[in-house]
Design a protein around this ligand. Structure first.
Ligand SMILES: [Zn+2]
Length: 59
């Protein structure tokens, strides 16, 4: 059992904002790297990383 390392799939990334206003993280309300006009779920780097960890190795 040495399958601890899971490669995180390279999904389509939303565009990064050039500057404020940034969209809020849907989880912790911290500013994200996404423009406020971005339609969709916006996560800050921290929550994004945690979500990736959670989903990458599930199952
Ligand atoms: Zn967050």
């Amino acid at each position: 059992m040495s399958e601890d390392y899971c490669t995180i799939a390279d999904g389509v990334k939303p565009p990064e904002a050039d500057g404020p206003p940034y969209a809020e993280c849907v989880l912790c309300r911290e500013p994200t790297e996404y423009p406020e006009s971005y339609k969709g779920i916006t996560l800050c780097p921290v929550c994004e990383w945690q979500e990736a960890q959670r989903t990458a190795c599930s199952g």
